[in-house]
Design a protein around this ligand. Structure first.
Ligand code: GLA
Length: 401
């Protein structure tokens, strides 16, 4: 009897731990990550200054609460017991102290590591140390783990990420698990029970419409990444998001492109992880990143990713169903030059079979609110006519009248 109870207890403990933490990331995570702007040039002063800036410049108040330290925080070697350690020069106070600092300011603490033997920048990866590292991260107060895919050799992606999921569950601290597998083995098909978000593509590049060839790999502009999201919306939802990579807003694109990039990430219900310098941010960039009405589209409680409704002359019209019967609509002008757009609601019916929602404009009237100028601009009773500048958007919210 005793043995039987013990066996039942073991099975119960194991099955309880072998799942991702539930109830996390019910809306797409928001925050900041060091990689896009700083790459390997990171240290504890930068991370603290970033937190100080975000606590006072409106970013934390707007919802950006995860601060994620990406690659290059580690020492080149594990310690004698195989524990992962932070670079003592870059992070002399240690990661626990950094986590405490962030938590005291109201942030959550994120770290990067890799499922392979080494990170992409050559630091120790997690392979073979998953449970040990999970305990270390939990002891440092980590709340978010971005787990990369460099140097994975012949490892099976699903099994590898499952191992780390189980490590995190066993360590017992609720940690958002962010799979950074670049879409190589279609994580949207298998990661729903493993992580809370998964990258769908290779790395973003800081341009609106380009592909950057690094020789052995490529990174992609905003439009290229957008196009790669095709067909993936049905895999995302509360607690399990498609991740089209971090934002490049504030890293040098002109303001119209920043606005279009941000709007489309909101339409995609993408994680909003900023990647710019929080201590040198223009007023225009700050306005974009902290626009509460655009963020509300991204963070909508339904958690449904938007879809492309039509394409005409390289101008796309996207819709995203929102809670309460509302919709977001984004008209994206992919051309360099401005385009006149006319949309006659009476003849249009927007049907979303996945969300099981339809908007029939001949029977229901919606008010239109322009989310960038933050004004009501009419209703669906009149034909919508707009001139949309090149590489820009018109982002609207439709509420039933
Ligand atoms: C990969 C990831 C990036 C970043 C770098 C760090 O390229 O996709 O987001 O984490 O590694 O080396």
């Amino acid at each position: 009897m005793k043995k039987l109870l013990l066996a039942i207890a073991c099975v119960a403990t194991f099955s309880a731990s072998a799942q991702k933490f539930p109830g996390l990331a019910l809306t797409p995570p928001m925050g900041w990550n060091s990689w896009n702007k700083f790459a390997g040039n990171i240290n504890e002063a930068l991370i603290r200054q970033t937190a100080d800036a975000m606590a006072t410049n409106g970013m934390l108040a707007a919802g950006y609460n995860y601060i994620v330290v990406d690659d290059c925080w580690e020492a080149m070697d594990r310690d004698q017991l195989g524990n992962i350690v932070a670079d003592p020069k870059k992070f002399p106070s240690g990661m626990k102290a950094l986590g405490d600092y962030l938590h005291a300011k109201g942030f959550k603490f994120g770290l990067h590591n890799c499922a392979g033997t080494k990170t992409c920048a050559g630091f120790p990866g997690g392979r073979g140390h998953e449970f040990q590292d999970a305990l270390t991260y939990a002891s440092w107060g980590v709340d978010f783990l971005k787990y990369d895919w460099c140097e994975h050799g012949t490892a099976n992606s699903q099994e590898t990420y499952k191992t780390m999921r189980d490590g995190l569950a066993t360590a017992g601290r609720p940690i958002v698990f962010s799979l950074c597998e670049w879409g190589d083995t279609q994580p949207w098909l298998w990661a729903r029970d493993i992580g809370h978000l998964w990258r769908t593509t290779g790395d973003i590049y800081n341009c609106f419409d380009c592909v950057f060839d690094h020789g052995t790999w490529k990174s992609f502009g905003v439009l290229q990444i957008l196009d790669m999201q095709d067909g993936l919306r049905e895999y995302a939802g509360p607690g399990h998001w498609n991740d089209p990579d971090m934002l490049e807003v504030g890293n040098g694109m002109p303001v119209n492109e920043e606005r279009a990039h941000f709007s489309m990430w909101c339409l995609l219900a993408a994680p909003l992880i900023t990647g710019n310098d929080m201590n040198h941010m223009s007023a225009e960039t700050r306005e974009i990143l902290t626009n509460p009405e655009a963020i509300a589209v991204d963070q909508d409680a339904l958690g449904i990713q938007g879809f492309k409704y039509s394409t005409n002359n390289n101008v796309e019209i996207w819709f995203k169903p929102l809670a309460g019967g509302s919709w977001a609509m984004c008209i994206l002008n992919r051309n360099q030059e401005a385009k006149n757009v006319s949309f006659d609601w009476a003849g249009e019916k927007v049907t979303d079979n996945f969300a099981k929602r339809a908007a029939n404009f001949s029977t229901t009237t919606y008010t239109l609110r322009d989310l960038w100028i933050k004004k009501e601009t009419g209703t669906t009773k009149e034909v919508l006519s707009a001139k949309i500048p090149g590489h820009d958007v018109l982002l609207l919210r439709l509420d039933r009248k």
